[in-house]
Unconditional design. Structure first.
Ligand code: G3P
Ligand code: MG
Length: 245
């Protein structure tokens, strides 16, 4: 059967607080092949792993990530909101997650959250870190900001850069090539047979997000997408195993 890479969305976020080290470790332990994570710059230009522009939803603090220093951010509890057993989890630095990725031989999908907030220099800084950890061949950089992806490819043409989008784009494989990107991270409802087939023919891998329903997992496996991004790592791995039998 066609091999499908399983990316744990914000780590194994079905069972642990999203974008924390415990969620990333649990993803690796469950057998995920890769980790998906979101990055922002702090006030002092450190790259931290968090989804939202603000710390409100996933920590005990408040304010914009961009307006807090790393020291302020590291004092926050990023685990209790999910469950008391995760109290004391911190917002990780990108470098901490990349260390885990390198140690465990995983792949990584770094999503640049520079669509709402401009983070000048984020592309250069992320490329610097993946180079330092020797992860260029195992990294996909994605973003809803496609100008940023063009910049990534201009800086490092060997890096896989994936367009993220929600709309039902017309011929996204052509659009991706026009951007200078190399792959497609499509919203699952727009990931349909003709689109997957024609993207593959064009040599553009398709990796839908965020696929959590069993029925949709089965549909994606049947479509032979290249990878699937999910919160439910264990469920998806089981569906892939079952499809092989
Ligand atoms: O990278 C796929 C997915 O994470 C994009 O949306 O909002 O979950 O970061 P979001
Ligand atoms: Mg994301």
């Amino acid at each position: 059967m066609h091999p499908i890479t399983v990316y744990a969305h914000r780590g194994f976020s079905a069972v642990a607080p999203e974008n924390t080290m415990v969620a990333f470790r649990k993803a690796a332990e469950a057998g995920a092949h890769g980790l998906e994570l979101d990055v922002h710059f702090t006030r002092d230009d450190q790259i931290v792993v968090i989804h939202d522009e603000t710390v409100k939803r996933t920590t005990d603090g408040k304010g914009k990530v961009r307006e807090l220093t790393l020291e302020e951010i590291r004092r926050l509890d990023a685990g209790s909101w999910f469950d008391g057993e995760f109290r004391g989890e911190k917002i990780p630095l990108l470098s901490e997650v990349l260390e885990l990725v390198a140690d465990r031989g995983l792949s990584v999908n770094i999503e640049l959250k520079n669509n709402k907030t401009a983070y000048p220099g984020l592309e250069e800084a992320v490329l610097e870190w993946i180079g330092r950890f020797g992860l260029v061949d195992r990294t996909v950089i994605s973003s809803f900001n496609h100008y940023s992806l063009r910049k990534i490819r201009d800086l490092r043409p060997e890096v896989d850069a994936a367009i993220l989008y929600m709309a039902n784009l017309f011929e996204p494989w052509n659009y991706a090539r026009n951007v200078g990107a190399t792959s497609i991270h499509s919203y699952w409802p727009t990931t349909v047979e003709d689109m997957v087939k024609r993207s593959k023919e064009a040599g553009v891998p398709v990796r839908p997000f965020t696929v959590n329903q069993t029925k949709e997992m089965r549909r994606m496996i049947h479509l032979e997408v290249d990878a699937i991004i999910t919160d439910k790592v264990d469920r998806l791995l089981k569906e892939i195993r079952d499809a092989k039998e």
